[in-house]
Design a protein around this ligand. Structure first.
Ligand SMILES: NC(=O)c1ccc[n+]([C@@H]2O[C@H](COP(=O)([O-])OP(=O)(O)OC[C@H]3O[C@@H](n4cnc5c(N)ncnc54)[C@H](OP(=O)(O)O)[C@@H]3O)[C@@H](O)[C@H]2O)c1
Length: 324
């Protein structure tokens, strides 16, 4: 099969489009004929091997899984042992090991049937970012109707879904993104979008029940000041925190600070589950959430898609279209 394979860690120069053996599903797994694969920041982290703190998980000098890509949408073509809840021919979306390829193996429990009314490209844009947003907004933010919610990093992969899910829950959502993407953020349901280059949200008088910080670099103390007395700060991630730790100490700092206040300050690592995918499918089918597909490129143009992501040219998600 054709796949995007990485040799070592580094820039997009480590990527090659190669012919390699088709993987075989182990117990509890299925083989998916990949039609489309989504691109998110996590893919860049695996390609770059950064921050270094993640390397024990992925491989010290090169990744144990050399095929890039996690988000997947495609058709089940074979079943490993003990898979009873999916069948050959099912059109599925979810997460896989190495989805920038014609075929990928996936744990059956990390796949669900594609929502009615959308195609493979749209479905591939949902899993990692949508699951993370769902967890941030609902499980950690505990967003309720009438809440005022601030989403920092509202125009990206996770943010595009966080804005929509919070708005669907009846919250009044304010986004933070670049000025060029303000219209996109408002189109997702935000009442307002602040430009991070010209306004410091922590210096404004507005207070929020929930702040979802997807890519802010603001100190926790300042973010705490814009919370209501029982508000919650949910840190999803953040770039440019340094090559060694990626700035994870900010997340741990929030947990420690949380012990000394009524406010809830914390972070989480998202989990990939069929239950979450079912919920996202329901939100898509009801019209509450739409897949945030921006560019769609072929497998041979993964490098260009990653360049677009790093240059901030993507509104929502980029998708790699593998086959019709
Ligand atoms: N906790 C978890 O389990 C988990 C799961 C998934 C992702 N993450 C992490 O979450 C982060 C975001 O991921 P993503 O896929 O959403 O990335 P993304 O698609 O690249 O989106 C990044 C967002 O951050 C915004 N941004 C850039 N500079 C900013 C600044 N100075 N202040 C505020 N916002 C700024 C961007 O706005 P413009 O594009 O408009 O400039 C964009 O909205 C990454 O660090 C990723 O590793 C964590």
């Amino acid at each position: 099969m054709t796949a995007v394979v990485q040799q070592g860690y580094g820039s997009t120069d480590v990527l090659r489009v190669e012919r390699i053996s088709t993987p075989e599903p182990a117990e509890g797994q299925v083989l998916v004929r990949v039609h489309a694969a989504g691109l998110d920041r996590g893919v860049w982290h695996i390609m770059a091997g950064l921050p270094y703190i993640v390397r024990p998980m992925f491989g010290m000098t090169s990744p144990r899984q050399p095929v890039l890509g996690v988000d997947v949408a495609g058709v089940v073509v074979s079943l490993g042992a003990d898979v009873t809840d999916l069948a050959v021919g099912d059109a599925v979306f979810g997460t896989a090991d190495g989805s920038f390829a014609e075929y990928a193996v996936a744990d059956a429990g990390k796949l669900a049937r594609i929502p009615a009314g959308i195609g493979f490209d749209e479905a591939a844009a949902i899993p990692v970012s949508g699951l993370t947003a769902l967890e941030a907004v609902r499980e950690h933010g505990l967003v309720e109707p009438g809440h005022r919610v601030l989403v920092i990093g509202a125009s990206g992969g996770v943010g595009g879904y966080a804005v929509q899910i919070a708005a669907a829950l009846g919250a009044e959502v304010v986004g933070v993104a670049s000025a060029a993407k303000a219209d996109f953020v408002r189109s997702l349901g935000a009442v307002r979008c602040l430009d991070y280059a010209t306004s410091d949200v922590t210096a404004l008088p507005e207070r929020y029940d929930v702040v979802i910080d997807i890519n802010g670099r603001l100190p926790i103390g300042r973010l705490e000041r814009i919370l209501t007395p029982a508000g919650a700060l949910v840190i999803v991630g953040g770039e440019n925190g340094g090559a060694l730790t990626g700035g994870i100490e900010r997340q741990f700092g929030a947990r420690i600070r949380s012990a000394f206040t009524r406010r809830r300050l914390g972070f989480f690592i998202s989990s990939e589950s069929r239950a979450g995918l079912h919920e996202l499918a329901g939100l898509v089918e009801s019209g509450a959430v739409r897949a945030t597909v921006d560019t769609v490129r072929p497998l041979s143009a993964v490098r260009e898609a990653i360049d677009d992501l790093l240059a901030g040219r993507i509104r929502g998600k980029a998708v790699i279209h593998v086959t019709d």
